[in-house]
Structures are given as structure tokens and as C-alpha cells.
Ligand binder design. Structure first.
Ligand SMILES: [Zn+2]
Length: 181
């Protein structure tokens, strides 16, 4: 089973909320998360009362299943957090977009041979050096010490509402970004 998800992470990969508990409390207060979903992992929650106000589904989205068994699709929407790590991790979907040089947009080649987060890609066109996470992945990869994973969302089917990103910024003093896996 492929678990599609929308993933929120701090924009600066070195930054993170003060604690996982503080992150959980903030998300509960905003209404993104509701009751604990024990089958979903260590920090997994059913969608909260404000979920559909905080995650904007685009266009003619299919009916979103918010509880298990609500749809024939095995994936229903729930939220799972990763514990905050000391060092950032690079995450990449199964079918990532063609990554491109952030300077000249040439396709990045050979990055597959060196996936270490600290590895440097040298553009074959403009010779600019970029860390692998700084390539333009078109939101198909992310880099961070903590991830808020919203399961059951297909790539580009939904975006975090501006006021969700703003409330995370206000609560933790750091800017947030997102990608799709
Ligand atoms: Zn370039």
C-alpha cells in the first residue's frame, strides 16, 4: 500500500519546535489534530475539528475519508508526527520530480549516487554548488528535524492553509514549508 502524504517541516532544516509535546499541544489547540490514533504510530492523531479549514483541498477533490473504513481507498486522513531529531533528515517520495539547479534550472544529474544530506551537487551547466536538499524538487522532497505527516493526501491535491502555517510560525517562532511524498 502506498501511503500518500502531505508533509510539513520547518523551512530552515536546522530549526525545530522546542519539544514534540509543544508541537502536539499547538496542533491540538489549532484543531488540526483530534483524538490519538494508536494504530498510526507513536504520535498519530485522527483529524481534528478544524482539519478541513486548515488543509485546503483543491479543485474537485474526491470525498475525503476522515475515519478508517469511510472510503474504499485504504488511505484515510490522519496526522502523524515524527519525534524531533538532533539532526535533519532528507526525505524523498517514491517518484520524485526531476530535481533542478536552483540557479539555472538545469536538471540535476547523478544526485542518486550521493544521497547523503550533506552532499553537494555541482551543476553541469552553471557549476553552482548546492546541497542536495537545496535543489528545486518541486515539493517532492523535504529536509528537516521534524515532520508533520498528513496521510491520505495525494500530491498537489491539498495545501496547508496560510493560517495553519502562520499559527505554526507564531507558536514555535520558526517558518514552515511543505512537500508531498
Ligand atoms: Zn545551474
Amino acid at each position: 500500500m502506498i501511503s500518500h502524504r502531505l508533509v510539513l517541516h520547518p523551512s530552515d532544516p536546522m530549526t525545530a519546535p522546542q519539544s514534540t509535546q509543544a508541537l502536539v499541544q499547538g496542533l491540538a489547540l489549532s484543531g488540526l489534530i483530534g483524538d490519538v490514533y494508536p494504530q498510526g504510530g507513536e504520535y498519530a492523531f485522527f483529524s481534528g475539528a478544524e482539519f478541513l479549514q486548515l488543509i485546503s483541498f483543491l479543485g474537485c477533490s474526491p470525498h475525503m475519508a476522515l475515519l478508517p473504513g469511510e472510503s474504499e481507498d485504504p488511505g484515510f486522513c490522519y496526522v502523524s508526527l515524527t519525534a524531533i531529531k538532533a539532526w535533519p533528515k532528507f526525505i524523498l517520495g517514491q517518484h520524485p520530480a526531476t530535481s533542478r539547479c536552483p540557479n539555472c534550472s538545469s536538471p540535476a544529474v547523478d544526485w542518486q549516487n550521493n544521497m547523503d544530506p550533506g552532499s553537494i551537487h555541482v551543476c553541469t551547466s552553471c557549476e553552482i554548488k548546492s546541497p542536495i536538499h537545496a535543489l528545486n524538487w518541486k515539493r517532492s522532497a523535504g529536509y528537516g528535524r521534524v515532520f508533520i505527516e498528513i496521510y491520505g493526501v495525494h500530491p498537489h491535491e491539498a495545501v496547508p492553509a496560510d493560517h495553519l502555517l502562520e499559527s505554526l510560525h507564531t507558536a514555535h517562532g520558526i517558518a514552515w514549508d511543505y512537500c508531498y511524498l
